[in-house]
Design a protein around this ligand. Structure first.
Ligand code: UD1
Length: 419
């Protein structure tokens, strides 16, 4: 197993390129099941979640060619095994995204239930309910979802709770359903829109993209396409916080400031100078200590839960008190005890963290627990005095492409070492 060793205290400086979005690439890769031909994706990130998705698709009969570091040719047009096995699904919850495409194209699917994870129970009841409303027969037994249909039929669906992957699953299922499906209270996340744009290029008829009401007119078949995946707003934002927490100044290129307004607003509130162009963001702390900011996570376009842990790390060394309220996942606080071991003054009350900023953190031996919690520990390590060792780096590799290389480019003292 690998670990990261970080010698903290260096302000980050320089320019990096954002990777393509993980949370766009995953549903788009699963959407390849819907097409009667291969698709070619560019700007895909090099992440273990992408390899897991490709392994899952291959286990069902798909083929792929890695055309370059960030370009993939994927042919999932003829699957011969309609089973998503536990061994692969358990490592990545987003595997539930095979269900909608497989069911609508082949009329049946057997998909392992993903189970809980470090950030909460994360049920899939809303995916299943909505598929039933489209006419699927669903049974859950022995840890598997068994779904079948003689053909899905479009209908009006209302999600009681905004859910990103359930919205994506139902959009994909509805593309090949008979008639029109309307999804009310749909997730408006940019990654959902990216999936819709790709599906429309494949011949789907989706409107209302990026709004709370998405309408999908079913078509008989989808064809192959080329698609350029959008940039990863969470990766970009994480590097901006890395610059802010170290009092540095960086530019992130190939990114989209338009979809990061809530996060950029908070960075301005902490005292950062932010300059944006159409596809780049520059942050300069001018060597200042950040000011504490209150955070409440919510659905897009509000502050993303995937940036909560990173802003908690930032608040630990900020001037003043802050509260950080997590409204999306009930248990997304695995980073709190680890940050406290570095000297952070944090108090967890229900779903709110009360943070009193301290002047500095000290390096410690830490355990990564989930993707974004691990990112927050890296940020804390970059700001801390002394050496921080982070175990279980595989959590970071799920969502951050070559993280130590990008941090080194910005002047950080960080090494990946094998146990
Ligand atoms: C996606 C993102 C993840 C992000 C999250 C919230 C991907 C691959 N992952 O996860 O990075 O943190 O959105 O922005 O895109 N819920 C139910 N029943 C369901 C489905 C969801 O109760 O059937 C609940 C969840 O437990 C959670 C809330 O709805 O409390 C929102 O979760 P959801 O948007 O579905 O998260 P994911 O799609 O899993």
């Amino acid at each position: 197993m690998y670990k990261l060793i970080i010698k903290g205290g260096k302000p980050l400086k320089g320019t990096i390129k954002a990777a393509g979005s993980k949370n766009s690439s995953l549903p788009i890769l699963f959407s390849s099941i819907l097409a009667d031909e291969a698709i070619t994706l560019s700007n895909t990130p090099q992440l273990s979640d992408i390899s897991t998705t490709l392994r899952l698709l291959m286990s069902m009969g798909a083929d792929f060619i890695l055309e370059s570091d960030s370009s993939l040719f994927v042919d999932s047009s003829k699957l011969n095994n309609l089973v998503a096995d536990y061994d692969l699904v358990k490592t990545m919850r987003a595997s539930i995204l095979v269900l909608g495409p497989m069911l609508t194209k082949y009329g049946k699917a057997k998909v392992s239930l993903p189970g809980g994870c470090a950030i909460g129970t994360r049920p899939v009841n809303l995916h299943l309910q909505a598929l039933e409303e489209l006419g699927a027969k669903i049974e859950v037994k022995n840890g598997y979802i068994y779904a079948q249909t003689d053909g899905l039929v479009g209908t009006d669906i209302h999600f009681d709770q905004v859910t990103v992957t359930a919205t994506e699953n139902i959009i994909m299922a509805a593309t090949l359903a008979k008639g029109t499906t309307t999804i009310n209270n749909a997730a408006q996340e940019p990654e959902v829109s990216d999936l819709c744009h790709c599906l429309n290029k494949m011949g789907a008829k989706i409107s209302g993209i990026g709004t709370l009401i998405i309408t999908i007119e079913g078509v008989k078949k989808l064809h192959g396409t080329d698609y350029f995946v959008c940039s990863d707003r969470i990766e970009s934002a994480t590097y901006l916080v890395a610059a802010a927490i170290t009092g540095g100044s960086i530019t992130v290129k190939n990114t989209n400031p338009q979809v990061m307004r809530s996060v950029l607003g908070k960075l301005i509130e902490i005292g950062a100078d932010i300059k944006t162009s159409k596809n780049s963001i520059t942050l300069n702390m001018n060597g200042k200590r950040p000011k504490a900011v209150n955070i409440k996570t919510s659905t897009y376009p509000n502050f993303p839960t995937d940036m909560q842990a990173q802003f908690t790390a930032l608040n630990t060394i900020a001037e003043g008190h802050s509260t950080i309220t997590e409204n999306i996942f009930e248990n997304r606080f695995m980073h709190i005890p680890e940050l406290m071991r570095m000297g952070a003054d944090l108090n967890l009350e229900g779903n709110t963290v009360i943070c009193k900023g301290v002047k500095s953190l000290t390096g410690a031996h830490l355990m990564a627990t989930d993707l974004r919690a691990s990112a927050s520990l890296v940020l804390a390590g970059l700001a801390a005095k002394g050496t921080t060792t982070i175990e279980r780096v595989y959590h970071l590799d799920r969502g951050y492409e070559t993280i130590e290389e990008k941090l080194k480019l910005l002047g950080a003292d960080v090494e990946r070492v094998q146990d």
